[in-house]
Design a protein. Structure first.
Length: 364
């Protein structure tokens, strides 16, 4: 792979694709249907001559809770890059709700790579003619280098005694979860809850719909993305429980020790964030090989351990076992295949007028 990394576009000066850099702290990022940007450089180089002035830029359009991970991963990849190249690499980050991010790429955000919350969002970009077919087979694990799951975050002491999905439909419980129309994490939340009640109700969909309507009737705020929902719960103090990515819950507990605790429901879902090269853009930018290398390096042992340290579950089983004390590895997890795959699941539950829209209107 290393020899192929030489074939990239070299540019002088700052790229015009990067309009501005916004540096955000963990819990103060405001996510209201806007795209936040960050930029990472490879650091100072000691090369002499014209090569020292050459620059390359890569734009990674990602979803909400990956900010901390990619901030660190970009530095790691830059170190790897510097071992083989003299160019100065700039990696630009964009974060927001996964569905909104996918639409931004379709509408002209010139991503070289996308690292989004679910495969359907990348398929939407593929259907727009920007990603070649077969992207899911390009990298291991269906192009999902790390996974997560869905948990509950409650305040220390858990005064409302929230233990499982049944507790979220009780009268007076205020739930925070993002909007599945704009957030990939919210789609995983919905499907995890649906799987629980389908199991409880023996597959009786009508009873499941009634329970889901009660759940969303208790939702106080539908933020556009997972980080926005976290801010609503943590910064604004709203709600009794946050339905969250596992990694997001861990980050909150790390940031605010002794103030929050995580509850693992009896049924959840294997959440598989997906990655892909945006082939049309990368070809135009002449960054195809760089983009592929950037995503391939996510599977390196170093990057897999970094994912674990950022509370994502590494794809490599041996490295995942290194975090066995951190993660509950025997959770009862359904998968997207139990819903017929993402294309069927999205059409059934999240398209305009589909099950979520029906349930949400019933609950309210």
């Amino acid at each position: 792979m290393d020899k192929n990394l030489n074939w990239v576009r070299r540019r002088k000066g700052q790229s015009q694709r990067m309009k501005k850099a916004v540096h955000t702290s963990f819990m103060t990022a405001v996510m209201i249907m806007v795209i936040l940007f960050g930029i990472s450089g490879c650091g100072e180089r000691s090369n002499s001559g014209s090569d020292a002035q050459k620059e390359i830029e890569l734009l990674n359009v990602s979803y909400d809770p990956t900010r901390e991970f990619y901030s660190q991963y970009n530095e790691l990849f830059c170190q790897y890059w510097n071992e083989h190249h003299v160019e100065e690499l700039h990696i630009v980050q964009s974060h927001g709700g996964s569905g909104s991010q996918a639409r931004s790429v379709i509408e002209g955000n010139e991503a070289d790579v996308v690292t989004l919350a679910l495969a359907h969002d990348i398929t939407a970009i593929e259907n727009a003619g920007l990603i070649d077919s077969g992207w899911m087979e390009e990298f291991d694990g269906d192009s999902s280098p790390y996974t997560s799951t869905i948990v509950f975050l409650v305040r220390r002491g858990n005064e409302k005694h929230i233990r499982d999905w049944d507790d979220l439909v009780k009268e007076g419980i205020e739930v925070i979860t993002p909007n599945p129309k704009t957030s990939g994490g919210a789609c995983w939340n919905f499907l995890a809850a649906w799987a629980y009640w389908q199991e409880q109700n023996g597959g009786a969909e009508e009873k499941t719909r009634e329970a889901m309507a009660k759940l969303y009737g208790n939702v106080q705020v539908l933020d556009s993305g997972a980080r926005g929902a976290t801010n609503t719960f943590v910064e604004n103090g709203q709600g009794d429980v946050l339905i969250a990515w596992e990694n997001e819950a861990y980050l909150v507990m790390k940031e605010y020790p002794d103030q929050y605790e995580m509850v693992t429901p009896s049924v959840s879902i294997l959440a598989q964030p997906s990655v892909a090269v945006v082939d049309k853009n990368a070809k135009e930018h002449e960054t195809t090989e760089l983009a592929a290398a950037y995503l391939e390096y996510l599977y390196s042992d170093e990057a897999q351990r970094l994912a674990g340290k950022n509370y994502y579950r590494p794809l490599k089983k041996d490295i995942l076992q290194e975090f066995s004390e951190q993660f509950q590895l025997d959770m009862n997890l359904v998968t997207i295949d139990d819903f017929g795959g993402w294309d069927k699941a999205y059409e059934t539950y999240f398209q305009d007028g589909a099950v979520f829209d029906q349930i949400y209107s019933e609950g309210k």
